[in-house]
Design a protein around this ligand. Structure first.
Ligand code: UD1
Length: 339
């Protein structure tokens, strides 16, 4: 069965492609390389012994997308292609709406036209904002996202809900908590583009001496050590959830199935705990300074992922320290390639 993976050379996309190939799906990747590199395709082949079909173009180019659907018997899609920098989305909102939503709609138009079902959408725990209660389950009320990036995730979810209902399509929305780590082969991971915004890439680059010091954004939160709490989920575990979600969609007879799952570990870790765990796991030092809170940050978010365990038979398996070891190995690989 052929599955279209948009953004399949990106961070979560590439790990998911590996899991799909390991489960004998054929994979067709469309990725415009705007935030990924061609060598990831070679590395996927090195890991799996299979080379996925790859088309380098922007999904806004409808005519090219049409040709992909003409050439391959696509029977499902996992949609990763999107811009994802929160801060950038506030200064370039139109680019975010255009890129993230037009590309989604173009794929959905092909699904409608050719009567294809099974669509999985990368969403985010950002749709919950600062939830009133922890842990966050799928019935936790959504709050309007603060960033344009977050709004594209909320709008994407709304588009897919309407799409499923109106055209009788099977859809799954996966709300990721904070993905971290790299492939155990150190051949896939998050690629640096400029100064990292996310915690673990910044910690890693600080340990590697690329950044002088980590800034910890606030130690006056109402948490035990005063730093903010998140749910850090290992990217390979996350990738496996996509395969489980896809298999469930394929097997369901309900033509308007709309599944929603939170994907996290169920445990919150503070910023300081992550820094310490990184130091211990990799026997390195991470210099840091305490700075004022970052605008738009919430205090605490961690998942209740019981629904995914119940219905997908999936749960996070990898401890934080182990995930942080893979990040460090990936950093060494990048250095060995001068990346
Ligand atoms: C961020 C996005 C979220 C997105 C997610 C993708 C914001 C406000 N939210 O989540 O919408 O879905 O990334 O992974 O950007 N921290 C530091 N120093 C740093 C970097 C981060 O102290 O240099 C702290 C942050 O204040 C936060 C925690 O580490 O408390 C995690 O930050 P980050 O990795 O950026 O993720 P989120 O903010 O949770």
């Amino acid at each position: 069965m052929s599955i279209l993976v948009t953004g399949g050379l990106g961070y979560i996309g590439s790990h998911t492609v590996v899991e799909l190939l390991n489960n004998n799906f054929e994979v067709v990747i469309v990725d415009d390389l705007s935030n990924s590199e061609k060598f990831i395709l070679d590395n996927i082949e090195e890991i799996t012994g299979k080379r996925p079909i790859f088309y380098p173009f922007d999904l806004k180019r409808k005519e090219l997308l049409e040709q992909v659907f003409d050439a391959h018997h696509v029977e499902g899609c996992i949609n990763f292609a999107a811009y994802k920098a929160v801060g950038e989305s506030m200064v370039k909102p139109l680019d975010y709406y255009e890129n993230n939503l037009f590309s989604l709609i173009n794929v959905l138009q092909e699904f409608k036209k050719r009567n294809i079902s099974n669509f999985i959408f990368s969403s985010s725990c950002t749709v919950y904002g600062q939830a009133d209660e922890m842990p966050i389950d799928e019935n936790t009320p959504l709050k309007e996202a603060e960033s344009s990036y977050g709004k594209t995730k909320q709008m994407g979810e709304d588009i897919l809900k309407d799409f499923s209902k109106a055209y009788h399509k099977k859809v799954c929305l996966l709300r990721y908590f904070n993905p971290i780590g790299a492939h155990p082969t150190a051949l896939l991971g998050e690629l640096p583009s400029g100064i990292p915004n996310n915690l673990v890439p910044y910690v890693t680059q600080t340990a590697a001496g690329i950044r002088e010091k980590l800034s910890i954004w606030g130690d006056d939160y109402p948490t035990e050590d005063g730093t903010a709490i998140r749910d850090y989920i290992y990217v390979v575990d996350l990738a496996k959830a996509h395969v489980a979600a896809l298999q469930k969609l394929i097997n369901t007879e309900n033509e308007t199935a709309l599944d929603i799952y939170n994907l996290g570990t169920g445990t919150g870790s503070s910023v300081l705990e992550v820094v310490k765990a990184f130091e211990v796991a990799n026997d390195v030092n991470v210099p840091y300074q305490i700075c004022p809170r970052r605008e738009g940050d919430i205090t605490i978010a961690y998942a209740n992922a019981d629904k995914a365990e119940r219905e997908l038979n999936w749960k996070s398996e990898t401890p934080l320290e182990e995930a942080l070891k893979t990040t460090w190995e990936w950093q060494k690989y990048l250095r060995s390639r001068d990346l």
